[in-house]
Ligand binder design. Structure first.
Ligand code: 5GP
Ligand code: ZN
Length: 119
């Protein structure tokens, strides 16, 4: 994917980001437009478009993303009060960047899961 993908460019160091954790396979960095006191994006370094493609294509790498998310949650002091881990996926999910990323949100009560009940 590379130069066409914003998050591949962050992995390559071509676009700056505030990195909070890096492993061999994953990168965690602060969201540029935070929606909560803690808002970190956790990505695999390898390009997958979304969480379904990642989970089906490389389950071990999907597990790495979860493990890094948990480590960041611990580092940020979120384990006691809790947090939300979220993968927006596709058009209905409101995904804007098509390099899979977990949103790790916390540091305050996050309110209902959705802004309104769609059921
Ligand atoms: P999505 O809507 O795809 O689930 O989330 C994309 C997220 O990426 C948004 O929360 C947005 O604020 C964040 N974002 C977009 N561009 C950048 C950037 O250049 N750097 C960082 N750190 N975050 C970004
Ligand atoms: Zn990418």
């Amino acid at each position: 994917m590379g130069s066409d993908c914003l998050f591949c460019r962050i992995v390559a160091g071509e676009i700056p980001a505030t990195v909070v954790r890096e492993t061999e396979t994953t990168l965690a960095f602060r969201d540029i437009d935070p929606k909560a006191p803690v808002h970190v994006l956790v990505i695999p370094k390898e390009h997958y478009a979304d969480v379904a493609t990642l989970a089906q294509g490389d389950p071990a790498l999907a597990a790495d993303v979860l493990a890094t998310s948990a480590a960041v949650a611990e580092d940020e002091g979120l384990l006691g009060d809790g947090f939300r881990l979220m993968f927006n996926t596709g058009a209905y999910g409101g995904q804007e960047v098509f390099h899979v990323h977990a949103h790790l949100l916390g540091g305050a009560p996050l309110g209902p899961m959705l802004a309104r009940n769609l059921a």
